[in-house]
Design a protein. Structure first.
Length: 172
């Protein structure tokens, strides 16, 4: 199911998106914001598609800029917990020249609406580095609120980093 979101279209990910995902996800400018820092291989991505996306454990979309039909990144829900009606939100814009243009917040708002209206979830949550102020600002704009700071939660490149937990609740 495609989602129309203002100047964006979100379409379900397919195996044909593998090259873009690998290029984006393994790019240093994108990877540095992930908690899991290592590059992903084609085999790992295909395994993700088969064991997570194809089984419904992950719902993942490709973000497409409507104006030129150009794929620019991905947004997804993982760790979907239907019993507790919640899921973990994740997003990345893979095209460096298109960051800081509001695409992330717009895609987030669209997926929040989808998660609450179509999936009937109660909560979406995310984890973000405390010093990633640009992402935090985008998440706040989309409706997420800061819930907690996990001190020294991950050890990356020889130092501990704090993680901010953010969440958004379905008010319906």
């Amino acid at each position: 199911m495609e989602l129309e979101c203002g100047n964006l279209i979100l379409r379900p990910i397919t195996l044909e998106d593998t090259d873009n995902i690998l290029t984006w996800r393994n790019k240093p400018s994108v990877k540095k914001f992930f908690i899991h820092q290592k590059d992903i291989s084609r085999k790992e991505h295909i395994n993700w598609m088969k064991t997570k996306v194809d089984t419904g454990n992950v719902i993942q979309f490709i973000i497409i800029e409507k104006q030129n039909a150009h794929p620019i990144g991905s947004v997804y829900l993982q760790n979907i917990d239907l019993l507790n009606k919640k899921a973990e939100f994740g997003i990345f814009i893979g095209e460096d020249h298109l960051t800081s243009r509001g695409f992330g917040a717009a895609a987030a708002e669209c997926v929040i609406k989808y998660a609450f209206d179509k999936m009937e979830l109660h909560k979406l949550y995310l984890r973000v580095y405390e010093d990633n102020s640009r992402a935090i600002s985008s998440y706040l704009k989309a409706g997420f609120k800061k819930e907690a700071v996990l001190k020294d939660d991950v050890y990356i490149d020889g130092k501990y980093r704090n993680i901010v937990l953010m969440g958004v609740l379905n008010s319906k």
